[in-house]
Design a protein around this ligand. Sequence first.
Ligand SMILES: Cc1cc2nc3c(=O)[nH]c(=O)nc-3n(C[C@H](O)[C@H](O)[C@H](O)COP(=O)(O)OP(=O)(O)OC[C@H]3O[C@@H](n4cnc5c(N)ncnc54)[C@H](O)[C@@H]3O)c2cc1C
Length: 486
Amino acid sequence: MLPTREDANPAAPAVGEAAQVDVAVIGAGLSGLVCALRLQQAGLDSVAVFEAKDRVGGRTLNQPIAGRHGAGRHIVEGGGQWVGPGQDRVLALADELGVETYPSWDQGQDVMVLQGRRRTYHACMPFPFVRPALDFMQAALRLQFAAWGVDRDRPWTAGAARRLDSTTLQDWLNHHVRTDSARTMFDIASGLALGGDPRDLSLLGVLQHIRSAGGLHKLLSIRGGAQERRLAGGAQGLSLKLAARLGTRVHLDSPVDSLRWTPHGALVHAGGRAWSARCVVVAMSPVDRACIRFEPGLPPAQAQLGRRMQMFKGIKVHAVYARPFWRDLGLSGQALGDEGPAPATFDNSPPDGTVGVLTAFVAGKTSYKAVAPTQAQLDDPALRREGVLDCLVRYFGEEARTPIDYIEQDWRSESHTAGCIPTMPPGVLTELGPQLTETTGPLVWAGTESSHVWNGYMDGAVRSGERAAELAAGICRAAATSSQPR
Ligand SMILES: Cc1cc2nc3c(=O)[nH]c(=O)nc-3n(C[C@H](O)[C@H](O)[C@H](O)COP(=O)(O)OP(=O)(O)OC[C@H]3O[C@@H](n4cnc5c(N)ncnc54)[C@H](O)[C@@H]3O)c2cc1C
C-alpha cells in the first residue's frame, strides 16, 4: 500500500476533506481510460477517472439508427471509427478487449463530380480526370518525399524546420499544384486526413503527420490505409469496455474545473468534490484544457500551447437507406465532388448490409472554398440536410434523396470537446513542440495530440494513454520511495 500524500511529502497541497488517490485521470476518452487500465494492470489500483460528459468515449460516439430497420440492432459512429495497418496499439487494444474488426466496404466503382461532370472509376486509379489526376499525383509524391526528411518524434529538429513551420500547406500547394481540380482534391484530403483547411496548417506539421503514418497514401486510402477496417459494435465500444473494467473508478458528470498543484502532488476539484492525488494525467487535447483553472498557472510555454493549437470542427452526417442501393449500380459508395457541403462520402453500412449508410463530413466553417457549406447551411440543420442530400443525389442518383433516417453529430456544439482533429498552425511545433509531451511537476499530458505516431487518431490516443501510465507509475513509485523511512 502506498503511503498517503501528506506522508509522502509535506509540501503537497492541503487535502482537508479530500478523497485520496494515487493517480487522478481527467478525461474518459480512449486515452484516459487506457491510461487508467494500464495503471491498474501495473498494480496501481488507486486511480480515479473524471469525465465531464455523462458518457465515456470522448470523440468516439455510437448513435443508434432509428425505426424498424435499425431499432436496437444497428448504430452509426458520430466520431472516430476507422482503423488500419500500422495502428498497432489500437488494434492490440481491440484484441485485448475482444472487439473484432471487419473490412470497410470497398467494392465497386467510385464517383467523382468535377465542374458539373460526373465520372465513375476504379479506386486503384487516383481519379478519372487525367490532367488533375497527374497534377495531384505529382504533388502527393513530392509531399511524401519531403515528409521523409522530417524526424517523426522531434520534427522541430529538422534542418529546415523553421522554414517549413513558417509556411502553410496552402503556400506549398500554390507553388506545386497547377490545376484547380487537383487543388480542390487536396482541400478535401486536408480536411479529412491532415487537420483542416490547408491555409491553417503548418507545412512542417503536415509533413510530420504524413511521416508518422508511413505515407500520404496510408492516410487517404481504404485498402492498406487508415480507413481499411472498422470495429464491430462501433468505436465507442472500446471505451465502454474499458470503463466496465474500471468500474467505480470512472466518475461521469464530473467536470474538473480547478486543479491546484505543487511539484509533489495535486488537488483536483471534480463535480463539486475534492480529490488529492500524487499525479494527475490530463487526457484531452491541449485546447480542451482551457476549461480547467490551474493554480498556479501552467508554465508560459505550456499555457501557450493550449492557446495556439486549434481543433478542426465539423459535422459528421449519415444518410440511412433501407438497403445499400448504390451497390446494385456497381458503385462503392465512395464519392468526391468539388461542391459542398458534402465533398466526400463513404459506404458505412453495417457489415451484414441489411441497411445502407452513406457517411459524409461537413466542414464547420464557410471559408473552405468550393467544398464548404454556406453560412445558412451551418446555421440551419434543415438546409444543411437538403444540401447534403443534393450532393448524394449528384453522386448516386435520385434514390439518395429519401433516406429512412438521417443522423448528425455536430462537433461544433459538443461541450468539453473543442473539435474533431488537431490543427497545427504555423510556428507552434518549432516554438512549443516539446511541450506536447513534457511532464509539468505531477501533471502528465495524454490525449491523441500528445502522440508522435498517428497523432489525432484513436491509435495515437491509445499510445498516449499507455505512455502516460508509465510516467504516472514512475512518479508514484518515486514518491513512495522518497517517503520510506531511512
Ligand atoms: C468526426 C470525427 C471522425 C474521426 N474519425 C476517426 C477515424 O476514423 N479514425 C481514428 O482513428 N480517429 C478518428 N477521429 C479521432 C479520434 O476519435 C480521436 O483521436 C480520439 O477519440 C481521441 O481520444 P482522446 O482520449 O485523446 O481525446 P477525447 O476523446 O477528446 O477525450 C477527452 C475527454 O476529456 C473530457 N474532458 C474535457 N475536459 C474535461 C474536464 N475539464 N473535466 C473532465 N473531463 C473533461 C472530454 O469530455 C472527453 O471525453 C475522429 C474524430 C471525430 C470527431
